[in-house]
Design a protein around this ligand. Structure first.
Ligand code: SF4
Ligand code: SF4
Length: 331
């Protein structure tokens, strides 16, 4: 039985928090690495920031937004979700415990979203249960659009400039064991200021009444369908299942990342394609991102991290599309 730290605090702002002293912070960072592999964002010579395995001495003081999001540690691009051999299903491969230190608040929201999507997924839960996520304050970029009100944060501990917050009970136990004491729960998490105001509040009504708007064809014509925006998005999770049967009868099911911009994504048996052109794929991504599906219907999952805008080679911007749809609805 895998112990889970998948609990979610629905108290968005009023988590237990402790005054931050340098000595206990140092002790906390040392204790994080005792039984776990440490990962942290590292700025690299090519100008990109990536998560890398690090030693305690390389841990950051501030969160950094990585080019590829943390989801890649929890949802690998290709993973075996089960193997059937000699009449038995093999046990899921459980990764060694690891901690990710220096996660920005928007990415902690993204993990909360994935926790909901994969709440019943054994493989995701196994990876997630082995993870300890430590958020840190960040310096928001000019185009960051994070919003404290969007959804709760997941994770275990958040280190601010003057306080440290316990996000999960595992995080709280860790803080207490390390020597943090005298918790208070009325200090909100330190969200960046001025970022939420940059978001576009496109309503479902405005979106669905603009399904034939000319902007889809205009932006779709520029889109290369490369899928980069979806790959770097911390809340995109489309996947495909691929079964492989070996000559000895072993069958392995792999989960492999898919991408709603790819031509085959909307194709079904018989050759019908629900989204045969780029305009339809772009509109579909926006619908999924802003309005959710299934149990998460109505939940905007764009945490405002700005990765998609930075990566897009032709400057497609969902918020700019939303802005225009809002303007056209008002005219
Ligand atoms: S800004 Fe782009 S990459 Fe970031 S969460 Fe929103 S849609 Fe995804
Ligand atoms: S990154 Fe830009 S060009 Fe590539 S699929 Fe996304 S919107 Fe299209």
């Amino acid at each position: 039985m895998i112990e889970s730290n998948l609990e979610v605090s629905h108290v968005w702002f009023f988590l237990p928090s402790y005054p931050l002293g340098q000595t206990v912070l140092d002790d906390l960072l040392i204790s994080l690495g005792q039984d776990r592999t440490l990962w942290a964002p590292q700025a690299e010579p090519d100008g990109l920031c990536r998560l890398q395995p690090v030693s305690e001495g390389q841990l950051p003081n501030l969160a950094l937004s990585t080019f590829l999001p943390l989801k890649k540690l929890l949802l690998p691009p290709r993973e075996a979700v089960w193997t059937h051999v000699a009449g038995q299903f093999s046990a899921i491969e459980v990764p060694a415990p690891f901690a990710v230190v220096g996660v920005p608040l928007c990415d902690l929201q993204a993990i909360w979203y994935l926790d909901q999507v994969f709440a019943d997924d054994e493989s995701y839960r196994a990876r997630r249960a082995q993870s300890l996520l430590v958020g840190m304050s960040c310096e928001p970029g000019a185009d960051c659009r994070c919003d404290a009100q969007l959804m709760p944060v997941a994770g275990d501990v958040f280190i601010g400039q003057e306080r440290v917050w316990a996000i999960s009970s595992i995080g709280d136990a860790l803080l207490r064991e390390t020597g943090f004491s005298a918790s208070v729960s009325d200090v909100p998490l330190p969200w960046p200021e001025g970022t939420a105001e940059k978001r576009q509040n496109l309503s479902e009504e405005q979106f669905y009444s603009a399904l034939d708007a000319s902007i889809w064809a205009e932006e779709g014509k520029r889109c290369l369908s490369c899928g980069a925006c979806s790959i770097v998005c911390p809340t995109c999770y489309c996947f495909d299942m691929q079964d492989e049967a070996a000559v000895d009868g072993t069958v392995t099911r792999h989960r492999v990342w898919d991408n709603c911009f790819f031509a085959e994504h909307g194709e079904v048996a018989g050759g019908h394609d629900f989204r045969p052109d780029r305009a339809a794929r772009l509109r579909f991504r926006m619908e999924h991102k802003f309005f959710g599906f299934g149990a998460l219907r109505g939940q905007n999952s764009c945490v405002g991290c700005d990765r998609c805008r930075k990566i897009c080679p032709v400057d497609v911007d969902l918020d700019r599309i939303a802005e225009r749809l809002i303007e056209e609805a008002a005219s």
